[in-house]
Design a protein around this ligand. Structure first.
Ligand code: PAF
Length: 279
């Protein structure tokens, strides 16, 4: 595996190597990321991963400074997973000057859920993802894999790629879970031992909400309020626990199995976790 830092070196490393398959990450890799990389190896001729902690998608009070940076270990894991090229730009490679031109995603998709609780988050995500896609693909077609754990991010990126007519297939990677059901996340490392044991309660809350939503005569607003109260009673501070249409993340007019997704974000101690469940 070749590691490159500048955009010029990335393009040189990819020249003449065929169709890229790409996995963007912020590093501190876990088994979920590595499953996306293995998925990507079947989607192109050359597998590329990026590691870049993107300051544009962090709010001032969030964990940009403390976000774990583990490049050496990540590089070893990527190589073992079949990655051919690691693009690890420095801040000055990707943002050589302040990034004053930004992607403004459709507010109907990007200002709800995560975007409501983290204003500007999807502007930061879309701005860096558009730049990364441009660096990797530069006009030649290929595929990029995004984890389904970040469900809304996957939808926002898909819509951006469609609207900018980028020649990239956005492929979903299934969420990897620990044995107890907790979705793997780089931020799980912030959890203390007691919190880690408790953390699966978010997934369990989504399962219970989804099951209750499909019961005859279910009243979604009541169920969502009950789910929030139940999580609070277990010591969480939830941002949202909700059932939406898979198609556009809007509240569903009818509760039809196979068209819905339960999404949740909640803080346990100082750690904010998100998860979702299609049903
Ligand atoms: O999902 C992530 O890790 C990040 O949001 C991404 C897509 C790498 C953009 O910084």
């Amino acid at each position: 595996m070749q590691t490159v830092h500048s955009i010029a070196d990335l393009r040189a490393a990819l020249a003449g190597r065929g169709r890229p398959a790409f996995v963007p990450t912020m590093g501190n890799l876990h088994a979920g990321h590595l499953s996306l990389v293995r998925q990507a190896t079947g989607l192109g001729d050359v597998t590329v991963a990026s590691i870049f902690v993107n300051r544009l998608q962090f709010l001032p009070h969030e964990d940009f400074d403390s976000y774990p940076r583990t490049l050496q270990r990540d590089a070893e894991l990527l190589q073992a997973a079949g990655c051919d090229v690691l693009f690890a730009p420095r801040e000055a490679d990707l943002y050589p000057e302040p990034q004053t031109f930004k992607v403004q995603p459709d507010p109907r998709l990007a200002d709800l859920l995560e975007g409501h609780f983290r204003p500007g988050f999807f502007t930061g995500v879309c701005t860096v993802v558009l730049k990364l896609l441009h660096c990797v693909f530069a006009g030649s077609p290929g595929a990029a894999v995004f984890g389904a754990k970040d469900y809304q991010q996957l939808m926002v990126v898909r819509a951006m790629v469609r609207q900018f007519a980028l020649p990239v297939d956005i492929v979903a990677g299934a969420t990897c879970r620990a044995d107890d059901g907790l979705a793997l996340s780089s931020r799980n490392g912030y959890l203390g031992a007691g919190e880690r044991a408790q953390a699966v309660q978010l997934h369990a809350a989504l399962q219970a909400l989804a099951q209750a939503a499909l019961a005859p005569g279910a009243d979604l607003a009541t169920l969502e309020a009950q789910a929030l109260d139940a999580l609070r009673a277990q010591g969480w501070q939830p941002d949202y626990l909700t059932v939406r249409r898979r198609a556009d993340l809007q509240p569903p007019a009818s509760l039809q199995a196979g068209t819905l997704v339960a999404l949740g974000a909640a803080r346990l101690g100082g750690t904010r976790l998100i998860d979702n469940l299609e049903f």
